[in-house]
Design a protein around this ligand. Structure first.
Ligand code: PEP
Ligand code: CO
Length: 457
């Protein structure tokens, strides 16, 4: 393979980049961005990579979730806190059911750039650049809002920093303390059809915690502090490049804008610019894989992105859709296993299941989401590999964007609180319900495995 440099991606075909009219303004923004201090550190990044390596071996489970697209106007304390709360609740449920530690990775603090099918959008004879996420332009359909403004790269970076700063302070202040799960209660928890199940689980965990602490005569482990890691689609390559640095005492280049950037499905061409950029960074990375990816292409991707077969380096985030996973996933899993590649298999049951209602509203059916996840568990169990994570679009708020779930949200109900700027997200209740289902499934697998011999965690 050719020599990698920080800018070698610029020699490749680069997809999904905004067109900027003023290249001087763009260069100036990128240059200023590249001087600002990093958002995350190399030791956090390396810590996450170790944890992901354990997840690939079945000793941890990855929970990656958050908005499809963050927007600048929602960089607000209740919205951020609610997202943390639902991720904490889900991870508590998963730890309990799966008997494994959970790695919490948010789709936050930088999820501001979106791929689009066209550079331009036309409505009633009027044409403007497509909305490519708040990092690039604004969603309103007029010339001013759709102007691709390089200064927004700096605004996005600043909001990512504000978001991370708030998350870090909450976590350091004890917000995530397992002794106080009531800190994470969301107002409507009491009204959820699954509330009783969740409350019982919280009480059980509280009881065991008190029991262990009484025996040990001290607080158990690091239970009053959990880690959150950040992730976003590494789509806007000048933004990513500006935050990619060398650090003292460690070899290689680190993307210090997020712990775990991922390559979106539309930019995962093995010979494209995104794969070229990503192959040179030391972070753990994800790649979205969907139908149309053949085993040979996947092996090519893996060999480029993880030539040393480093554990924890590569997470394959599969998003086929409930009707396609049964034919699409098994040949890929088989091929990767035969070659002995060490990867973490993760299921994104959202992006292959997006549909439109009769009225044209973009939604996802809860049943389809559950079905894809269930099938992913089955496929890995049949082949003898491990499904080590889920990747979900969710919000801690009470939106109505996906149909179904315990409350049986209908197509008509979608209008009540449909807020997403891009893809429909699970609301708080649906996300918790999904976690309960996954946890049940994981605990059944443990019971089944126990019949064959002891399970070592
Ligand atoms: C996304 O994660 O929001 C997304 C665009 O996904 P994909 O690349 O899988 O289509
Ligand atoms: Co999305």
């Amino acid at each position: 393979m050719t020599h990698w440099t920080l800018t070698s991606w610029q020699q490749k075909q680069v997809k999904q980049q905004p067109i900027y009219l003023d290249s001087q303004a763009l260069n100036s923004a990128v240059e200023r961005l590249s001087k600002l201090p990093p958002l995350v550190t190399s030791w956090e990044i390396e810590g996450l990579k170790k944890q992901l390596a354990e997840a690939a071996e079945g000793r941890r489970f990855l929970l990656q979730g958050g908005d499809c697209a963050e927007v600048f106007s929602e960089c607000e304390s209740p919205i951020i806190a609610n997202k943390l709360k639902i991720l904490l609740q889900m991870s508590l449920v998963l730890v309990h059911g799966g008997k494994r530690r959970v790695i919490r990775v948010g789709r936050f603090a930088g999820q501001y750039a979106k791929p689009r099918s066209d550079d331009f959008e036309t409505r009633e004879g009027e044409t403007h650049p497509s909305y490519r996420g708040d990092l690039v332009n604004k969603i309103g359909f007029n010339a001013e809002d759709r102007f691709n403004d390089p200064e927004r790269l700096l605004r996005g970076y600043e909001r990512a920093a504000l978001t991370l700063n708030f998350i870090r302070s909450l976590v350091d202040g004890g917000f995530a303390d397992l002794h106080h799960p009531e800190y994470w209660d969301l107002d409507f928890v009491k009204h959820s059809p699954r509330a009783a199940e969740y409350q019982k689980l919280v009480e059980n965990i509280g009881d065991s915690l008190r029991f262990m602490e009484t025996l040990a005569g001290r607080q158990v482990g690091e239970i009053n502090r959990v880690d959150f890691f950040s992730s976003h689609e590494g789509l806007h390559l000048l933004y990513e490049q500006a935050q990619t640095r060398r650090v003292p005492h460690r070899p290689g280049w680190f993307n210090l804008a997020a712990h775990m950037p991922w390559i979106g499905m539309r930019t995962a061409d093995p010979d494209g610019a995104h794969v070229e950029y990503f192959r040179g960074i030391a972070n753990p990375i994800g790649v979205k894989i969907g139908s149309g990816v053949e085993p040979d292409m996947l092996l090519d991707l893996i060999e480029r992105l993880n030539p040393l077969n480093e554990p924890g380096r590569l997470t394959l985030i599969c998003r086929f859709g409930a009707d396609k996973i049964a034919s699409g996933l098994p040949p890929l899993v088989e091929a990767v296993r035969r070659k002995g590649h060490r990867v973490l298999w993760c299921c994104d049951p959202m992006h292959g299941n997006t549909i439109r209602t009769a009225e044209g509203i973009k939604t996802r059916r809860f049943d389809h989401i559950v079905s894809e996840l269930e099938q992913a568990f089955d496929i890995h169990a049949d082949i003898g590999t491990y499904l080590g994570g889920v990747h979900i679009e969710l919000t801690g708020d009470n939106v109505t964007e996906c149909t179904g779930g315990a409350r049986g949200l209908s197509d008509q109900g979608l209008k009540e609180s449909y807020k997403t700027f891009v893809d429909p997200r699970l609301n708080y209740e649906q996300a918790l319900e999904l976690a309960l289902l996954v946890a049940q499934r994981m605990s059944r697998m443990i019971d089944a495995a126990a019949l064959d011999g002891p399970v070592v965690f």
